[in-house]
Design a protein. Structure first.
Lengths: 157, 157
């Protein structure tokens, strides 16, 4: 079964390659950028400016082939790929919760950008605490993560 | 530009059609189900059992064609599609944060299922508070939502 998607827009960011790009929005608080939503979808942005945060689902187009066991950026041991947020995945969909600074026509000004310039955007959703927060959660290996880093190296190229 | 994905697994749930399916995991606390991960991807599930919650990205295969302005389940007014969590979207990717009860081989027992039986799974990610929680967020029209409902009707068929 093949599933086919087409981008609804594109990310503009200060990062030109995965290496050196922040690993998550929460580790990219000062990184500003924008999403350019293609003209045919701009009417769907109505009311979005009421939300302080949005979820971007993107096609991580610069990732390489995936492996089912990886050493994540925040650890030194092999972990199952689906227990990590590593960017190279069977379907390389990135999930980024970013701050929405403003909406001007089809352009969304965003803060907390962990995406490479030119990344295709598949979907934009409003961030809703009731739906998306889980409060106290158990977080396996990440509770004892052995490395502290804010930016990616080249392990998933 | 076409982006092509293939499912890594499938959802088993008590819901056979979108109508009557919970609108979000947070409104489906008693709904149990499972994800069956296909054999070729099972090695990627290692370490996942340490996490209390997981993020499922799914292809919402039962949705109809989208409109850029919709009346969401929780309101009575037209809203921009990307300011809603309506299931019919240009790229109908569902984001569900569900509770992970256990992992047995390629089967994930989950609670809080807001997906129709047979939904193709595109990606599984561990839920990580630092990455996915935003604490106090501003939530536009949803702060004054005019309807209370837990399950979907047939407006997006």
């Amino acid at each position: 079964m093949k599933i086919e998607y087409e981008p609804i827009g594109i990310v503009h960011s200060p990062f030109n390659q995965p290496q050196g790009t922040p690993i998550q929005p929460s580790r990219a608080k000062n990184a500003a950028g924008s999403v350019e939503v293609y003209q045919e979808f701009v009417d769907g942005l109505c009311d979005l400016d009421g939300f302080s945060h949005i979820i971007l689902l993107c096609h991580l187009h610069k990732t390489g082939s995936y492996r089912l066991k990886v050493v994540p950026f925040l650890d030194t041991q092999l972990r199952g790929l689906f227990a990590t947020r590593a960017p190279s995945r069977p379907n390389p969909i990135g999930l980024s919760v970013v701050e929405l600074l403003g909406v001007d026509g089809g352009t969304l000004a965003i803060q907390g950008v962990d995406l490479v310039d030119g990344t295709p955007v598949l979907d934009i959703k409003p961030y809703v605490g009731e739906f998306d927060d889980r409060g106290q959660s158990r977080e396996g290996w990440l509770e004892h993560a052995r490395r502290q880093t804010n930016v990616a190296d080249d392990r998933f190229k």
